[in-house]
Each structure stands twice: as C-alpha cells, then as structure tokens.
Design a protein around this ligand. Sequence first.
Ligand code: NAG
Ligand code: NAG
Length: 364
Amino acid sequence: MNKLFFLSLFLLALFIQNVTAGQKCRALALEAGGDLGSFEAGAYKALVYNLPAEEVQYDVYTGISIGSINTLGLSQYPKGQEKDQADWLINLWSGLKQKDVYKNFKGGIVQGLLYERGIFDSSPALELLKKVATKPAQRKINIGTCNLRTGDLVRYNETSSISTLVSAALASGSVPTFFPYSTLDDQIYVDGGTTGILIDLQGAVQRCREIVSDDSDIIVDAIFVKFSKSLDLWTTDKKKKTMEVFQRANTVIAFSNTYRQLLDAMSLYPDVNFRYIIKPSHALPNQKMPFLFSNKQMNEMIEQGYQDTLNIIQSNGSEGNAKQVYQEIVQRFQTETGSNIQNEGNRQEQMLNAYNKIRNSLKM
Ligand SMILES: *[C@@H]1O[C@H](CO)[C@@H](O)[C@H](O)[C@H]1NC(C)=O
Ligand SMILES: *[C@@H]1O[C@H](CO)[C@@H](O)[C@H](O)[C@H]1NC(C)=O
C-alpha cells in the first residue's frame, strides 16, 4: 500500500515535471520616452517578423510612460496574434500627430501654468487611449506610474478595469508640469519616469515568476530608446548653443540612468535569460524633450527601430545580444567606480550579506 502510494507519487511528480518542462515565460520591457515610442513600434515589428513565432509570444509586457501606453495597446491581443498586433502598433504610430496627443488650453500656456494641472491639455491623449484599450488585457501587464504623494513607483496590472488602465496609462505618460496629472483612488499619479526608473525590468522578472518557478525559464527582451550604442555621438566643435548643451546634458543623464538599471537587473537576476537588448544605433532626435510628436520624425524613428533591431537579430542570432551588452556596461561601470564587479560575485547575495552584517551590528 505504502509502496504503491509512493510509486504513484513518483509517477505524478514525473508527469508534472514533463508538463512544466520546457515551459518558458517571455517578457518584454518598454522604456519611457515620449515620441521615441515610435522607435519601439518599429523595433517590435522587427522582432515579431524576424524571429520564430513562438519566440515572440510574450506572456508579460511592462512599460513606463510611453512604454506603458504601448504596453496597454499590445495587451489587447491574445498570444498567437503578434503579427496583427505589430501591424496595429505601426499603424497607430505612423498616423500619429501632435494634435492627437495634446493641445494648448484655450487660454494658452498661461492658463495651463496658473489654472490647470499641467501646461498642456492632454485630453486628446485620453480620447486616443480610450480607442486603444477597449478590451480587458489579454496578457500580464505592468503600467508603471509614480504616486506623487509617496514618490513610489506604482504598477497597475491586467486585473484593473479598462477605465482604470486607461487612466493609469495616461498618468504613466504625464510628465509633471507639462501634462496634467491623473487622480486614481484619491491619489495623484504622474509619469512613472519621475521615480528615476525608466524601464521596468524587475517587474518583468517578477511577473514571469508567477508563471515559471525557475529563473532559467524566464526570457526577457527590452527595447530602450534613451540608451544608444555609446555616448560618442556628439561633435566637439566650439559653436554649441545653450539648448544643445542642455539637451546633451540630459542625454548623458538618461544614458547613465538607463544603463545602470540594466546592469542592476542583470546582476540581480543572473539566471534569467536576458536576450535582446534593443537600443538605437545612433541617438534618436530630441532625446530629452521628445514631445514634438512630429509625424515625419516619428515615421523616421519607426524605420530606425525596425532597421536597428533587424541588424541586432541578424548579427547576433537567436541567442540575442544581451551578454555582449552586459560586457559593455560592466566595463563602463568599472571605469566609473574603479571596481571590478565581475570578481565580486552575485550582487543580490552581497546586498543580503551587507544587510545582515549591518543588522547584526545594530542588534536589530
Ligand atoms: C495587480 O493589481 C491588483 C490591484 O491593484 C493588486 O492587488 C495585485 O497585487 C497586483 N498584482 C501584482 C502581481 O502586482
Ligand atoms: C553581435 O553583433 C555585433 C554587431 O552588431 C557584433 O559586434 C558582436 O560580435 C555580435 N555578438 C555576438 C555574440 O554574436
């Protein structure tokens, strides 16, 4: 009796293992970046059209700011319809104009500054989002916003109602002072990028852990827009004007910020299979003030997104380019800090050890 029981338990375990073996969770993280979201559309199409169908059946999308608006749109399609989904996204961006996103208040900027919740009127974006999201999300999603009272990154997910997700996505993209904030659950929400977190890689891993139990079954792709190949993209002639310097400075800040987030996520989750790290081969126009929503420029960025991604796929194959990007950013980090993190082991373990040491010394 006992033997039989254990035998059946053993067989059951084998069976369960067979069922779950080979199951993967695929996640895509989309970075913040205003009209640079058009690059994401082109990049997404290249992934979907040039990789095997199964490899782009994402279980999870995470987004901050414009990335979360793309996320909400992508979530309208169930797994298996990635080509339709990509075509839809391209269609949205290629036809987009500034007036579809925001306009001046009747009393202009003065009204915005003194009497409204933001300088520009983003009601067109709200109407657009209502058209984008008409169905409950068909996949797991994170919409990253910032709660302006607490400063926390707050993630809305597929369990919220459509209207909540629409408001959350609008909030997620509402750069404070430029665009009006959103009120949700009596709290004030603004652009998720306000927290300094421009891409939700950690959320992508966490949501995948709901689907698979082993980190090695998690595949994460990411589309960056503010993190180009390197920063050597500027000439150093002495005729630079104030605004150019301002924009360049902001590019440097965004670059440093983003590369550290990638480094952190890859170091924290060493077993996760980071696969494609898509980033522009050269800086996109208006990197730090990407609110022009010029139709011509957005169509150029769609094209660049497609080409840059195709190049990465063609030169790096199905393994992706993340390991190589990791080497690049580790080198950058080492120059900045003078340290050698490759010899320092797993950062998560280190952080825990440090925490325990401090805890013990404080007798907590
Ligand atoms: C999804 O959202 C609901 C409602 O806000 C929240 O209770 C839940 O914890 C969220 N799930 C995850 C995995 O964050
Ligand atoms: C990935 O592609 C780049 C060129 O885009 C190339 O320099 C690099 O060696 C490739 N890496 C791998 C691992 O194939």
